[in-house]
Design a protein around this ligand. Structure first.
Ligand SMILES: NC(=O)c1ccc[n+]([C@@H]2O[C@H](COP(=O)([O-])OP(=O)(O)OC[C@H]3O[C@@H](n4cnc5c(N)ncnc54)[C@H](O)[C@@H]3O)[C@@H](O)[C@H]2O)c1
Length: 344
């Protein structure tokens, strides 16, 4: 059987905790052949730990040795490296968000089409068991009316890496975490076209000296990204979304909530439940399932590898990831200009 030769670019936290272990679970279809990182010591250590034979300092040289790459660098480099890989004839699986700006995403998409190579973005929430069941259940909800998203952390600003560096990441809680929930809900809704977005972005808590934080040190003076965001989005099909995400907020506890109310029934994803009138009463139906976090990474990796080998249809498509980045850009812009942003 033909195996996909895979290279990993950027071998930090997510590469070592999710992507490499996932590929190692199905070695019959994928072979990890090379790594590259601007931090050569880390690249060599990762290669040794995971028994990967080649280490490169220049990602362009790595392209010669692989059929596909998984890009796990800070957001700033997603577009540049993806485009270079696609131009070299290499399939790309890029960490989320697709890129910092919609213009970069458009260039990535064009490069993928021109090269006729796969480009996919690691929006892994789609591969959770609850999300997969919710996607199937969407056929029963009728027309979607209101979507509610709350991706809330009480005091979890990432105090490591470059997560609070605007130049490297493009933003904070929204572009880092909220993006997953915009992607998941748009996917469940079959990608409705947004017509108007109103967003408000805060960072008051993280700009306060001696702020409590469960995830390490925050330099309040240098902090220049969002830690709490709210938005209201109207779609062409007259459905709407109430969106909120945070890294830091004065709330009771962390919570992850995605629910959609339709004309026939409603559903909630975490945990998965269905709400509908039946037998003259409102019913709540729960699903019996136990999420395995490792399985999510494996399903995601399997879909990418099998799509590259022509054996599966790609689940996380670049056109959809571009829509997520457009929405995030509109939320940030709306907050900056103080009025809603209309999509033409
Ligand atoms: N899907 C998820 O839930 C999830 C979770 C965490 C991180 N991420 C994403 O993964 C990416 C990396 O995050 P991380 O937590 O692994 O960060 P990290 O800081 O742990 O690792 C990033 C690695 O990239 C390397 N690097 C930096 N610039 C580079 C360049 N130009 N070329 C090659 N290597 C470079 C760094 O040296 C480092 O080893 C980010 O885009 C982040 O948004 C996604």
């Amino acid at each position: 059987m033909v195996k996909l030769k895979m290279g990993i670019i950027g071998v930090g936290g997510i590469a070592q905790s999710r992507h490499i272990p996932a590929y190692l679970k199905f070695l019959e279809k994928v072979e990890l052949v090379a790594v590259q990182d601007v931090n050569l010591v880390r690249a060599k250590e990762a290669a040794k730990t995971f028994n990967i034979s080649r280490v490169y300092t220049d990602y362009r040289e790595l392209f010669q040795a692989v059929d596909a790459v998984t890009i796990c660098t800070p957001n700033k480099f997603h577009a540049e490296i993806s485009i270079a890989a696609l131009e070299a004839g290499v399939h790309v699986f890029c960490e989320k968000p697709m890129a910092i700006t919609a213009a970069e995403c458009v260039s990535m998409l064009a490069a993928s089409r021109k090269a006729n190579k796969i480009l996919s973005i690691a929006y892994h929430y789609r591969f959770m068991e609850a999300s997969i069941v919710a996607k199937k259940a969407m056929q029963d909800i009728g027309e979607p009316l209101v979507t509610r998203v709350q991706a809330l952390r009480r005091r979890k600003v990432p105090g490591w890496g470059v997560f609070t560096n605007k130049e490297m990441q493009g933003g904070g809680s929204l572009i880092d975490w909220g993006c997953h929930f915009l992607d998941l809900s748009l996917w469940l809704l079959d990608g409705p076209q947004p017509v108007e977005v109103m967003g408000t972005v805060y960072n008051r808590l993280s700009k306060t000296p001696n702020q409590l934080n469960d995830w390490g040190f925050i330099d309040y003076e240098a902090f220049n990204v969002d830690d709490h965001v709210s938005a209201y989005i109207k779609f062409e099909n007259s459905s709407s979304m109430l969106f909120e995400c945070s890294w830091a907020a004065n709330i009771k506890d962390d919570s992850t909530h995605v629910s959609i109310s339709g004309t026939k029934s409603g559903l909630s994803v975490f945990p998965f439940e269905i709400y509908q009138p039946k037998y003259g009463k409102m019913m709540t139906t729960e699903a019996m399932m136990e999420e395995d976090p490792k399985q999510v990474g494996i399903l995601q990796a399997t879909n990418f590898v099998e799509s590259c080998l022509g054996e599966a249809e790609l689940i996380s498509k670049p056109e959809e990831a571009l829509k997520v980045t457009k929405l995030m850009e509109a939320i940030y812009e709306s907050s900056e200009v103080g009025s809603s942003i209309k999509f033409s």
